[in-house]
Design a protein around this ligand. Structure first.
Ligand SMILES: Cc1cc2nc3c(=O)[nH]c(=O)nc-3n(C[C@H](O)[C@H](O)[C@H](O)COP(=O)(O)OP(=O)(O)OC[C@H]3O[C@@H](n4cnc5c(N)ncnc54)[C@H](O)[C@@H]3O)c2cc1C
Length: 507
């Protein structure tokens, strides 16, 4: 080896290695890795492959991973939970710092491109991909901070954390947050539109547990803190409508609660011939359940290979107390199957069946405190039984002090004095496109009549549904004008816009 070679190996090579930046790759997402099984490989529309002039140049000034149409990672970068609509962004930016977001927003503004935030990609209508073609997607899944303040019993949590990650990390210190059940849902889109789950009747919705937030707004300003005293208008908006186009939230400070050593899982199931009695009994007694109990009932078609009506719940306490909490339901409805199991908190969290990417359509309904009439139950059961595609009705029981005692005027979340939220799901995988379209049409027809006759006027915004009429009022009730004013203040040029973002003027 020549002297020059030795010199290069000893001095320059280590320097070059130290300076080389690691090759950036998009974060691997296990839950969306289903290529060719549930979702078709889609065709990009040709206009999306034509580069937007100066976009690459503008973004090249940022040291950030940006994936463009035609790049090898593009298909993976636009995989989200639902694959029914399939929108094609002009770029997906994997931001890791606040400055990345600010500079990306600067490019979007300069080049007149709409922008959208994406945290966990679980929007029912794929709004994390912009809700239309040609949007700049700013993915914030790398915002993974979790800092606990043991004195104030709060935690600053980065919006990119999945609910499962949060439950696991906080559990190490004996705490939990009150939020949804699906472990792969992202905090950013979830907690800002409601967020209800395992402990909702005891500790409330995730959005009600937000004490502070940080956000990059449409002009690139980083605002912190957003709370009851600073930017209180924005604080009002982001608790219920924070996922509807006010800016890119980077962290939320949430109240945390101690994990109990024993939590009891409850399963109560019924056969097809028992459904009506079970449903009526449930509607009558469930609102009085002890608030340590949170749960949902699932109604499936009588032709499915499982129980038709299943109540699944968690009780924050031991089996004996859990049995007493549901005693009346059991005595009055005589279930076919009953199971109580004492578990740890993480045992409960990890028991939720994993969700994989697939096409689906969901509508939602808030149910008034009176529950359901017999006629409503029959209509729902008949729809589920007769649907050509598989249909499932899931009813989350809300009725509790934790939800109803909060004033409707304190935040953008209005669904307070209710029995629960009903979600009517059509999982569409395995059906041809024609059958999918037919099933969705029938679903939407049914929804129109069912909502007009049997439920309240309102729907739940975290179960976003682009076919919902009068959606502004159904999601945000009396707050629509106030939300529009706040939108005008923080995003006057409507940078963050899609079909169901808060508009800058009444439609
Ligand atoms: C399988 C599954 C299970 C679910 N389970 C529950 C449940 O148990 N309880 C419940 O209440 N809900 C549940 N949901 C609904 C879920 O809460 C919403 O779909 C939620 O909006 C998803 O958030 P995300 O960040 O994962 O999605 P994304 O698609 O990333 O975002 C959803 C919306 O929020 C906006 N957004 C995302 N991040 C930010 C941010 N950082 N700043 C500002 N806006 C942002 C996006 O632009 C988009 O409009 C479930 C959904 C699915 C698909």
């Amino acid at each position: 080896m020549s002297l020059l070679h030795k010199f290069f190996l000893l001095y320059f090579l280590p320097l070059l290695i130290a300076q080389a930046k690691p090759l950036k790759t998009i974060p691997f997402n296990l839950f969306f890795d289903d290529d060719g099984i549930n979702c078709e490989n889609f065709q990009y529309p040709s206009e999306i492959l034509a580069p937007v002039p100066y976009l690459k140049e503008c973004l090249s000034t940022i040291d950030v991973l940006a994936v463009f149409p035609g790049d090898p990672d593009y298909y993976n970068s636009i995989k989200v939970a639902n694959c029914r609509n399939n929108y094609f962004p002009v770029v997906v930016i994997y931001a890791t710092t606040i400055s990345d977001i600010q500079k990306s927003i600067h490019c979007a503004n300069t080049l007149n491109i709409s922008a959208t935030a994406r945290s966990g990609g679980h929007s029912f209508e794929e709004y994390g991909n912009g809700g239309k073609n040609g949007v700049m997607v700013i993915d914030v899944q790398e915002f993974k901070q979790i800092d606990i303040n043991f004195e104030t019993k709060t935690a600053i949590i980065g919006v990119g954390n999945r609910l499962g990650e949060i439950y696991h990390k906080l559990n190490k210190f004996g705490y939990l947050i009150s939020a949804g059940e699906c472990i792969n849902v992202g905090l950013g889109g979830h907690a800002t539109g409601g967020g209800f789950g395992w402990t909702g009747r005891k500790y409330g919705l995730a959005s009600d547990n937000i004490v502070s937030a940080e956000m990059v707004t449409a002009n690139g300003t980083f605002i912190s803190p957003i709370n009851l005293t600073h930017h209180s208008d924005l604080f009002f908006a982001i608790r219920g409508a924070g996922n509807a186009g006010y800016g890119i939230i980077t962290s939320l400070t949430l109240k945390i609660y101690p994990v109990l050593p024993i939590i009891t899982s409850i399963t109560i199931s019924y056969l097809p011939e028992q459904v009506e009695l079970a449903f009526i009994t449930f509607a009558k007694v469930a609102k009085n359940f002890n608030e340590n109990l949170s749960g949902y009932m699932a109604l499936r078609s009588k032709n499915s290979n499982t129980y038709t009506f299943i109540f699944t719940a968690t009780y924050l306490g031991i089996e004996e107390e859990a049995r007493s909490a549901v005693k009346e339901l059991i005595e009055l409805s005589n279930p076919a199957y009953i199971k109580f199991e004492e578990m740890t908190w993480l045992g409960i969290v990890d028991s939720y069946p994993p969700f994989t990417r697939q096409p689906f359509k969901i509508t939602s309904y808030t149910i008034p405190p009176s529950g359901f009439s017999q006629e409503a139950i029959r209509a729902l059961v008949n729809f589920v039984d007769d649907s050509e595609c598989q249909a499932i009705a899931l009813l989350d029981l809300y009725a509790s002090e934790a939800v109803s005692s909060i004033s409707i005027n304190s935040s953008a979340f209005i669904h307070r004095n209710i029995f629960g939220v009903l979600e009517l799901e059509l999982p569409l995988k395995g059906y041809s496109k024609e059958v999918q379209i037919k099933c969705i049409e029938k679903h939407l027809q049914f929804r129109q009549e069912f909502q007009a006759k049997y439920t309240s006027y309102f729907s739940y915004q975290d179960y976003i549904d682009k076919d919902l009429s009068d959606w502004l009022t159904r999601y945000y009730g009396p707050h629509v004008n106030r939300l529009i004013e706040i939108k005008k203040k923080y995003d006057p040029n409507n940078l963050f816009n899609w079909k169901q973002s808060i508009p800058t003027k009444l439609p």
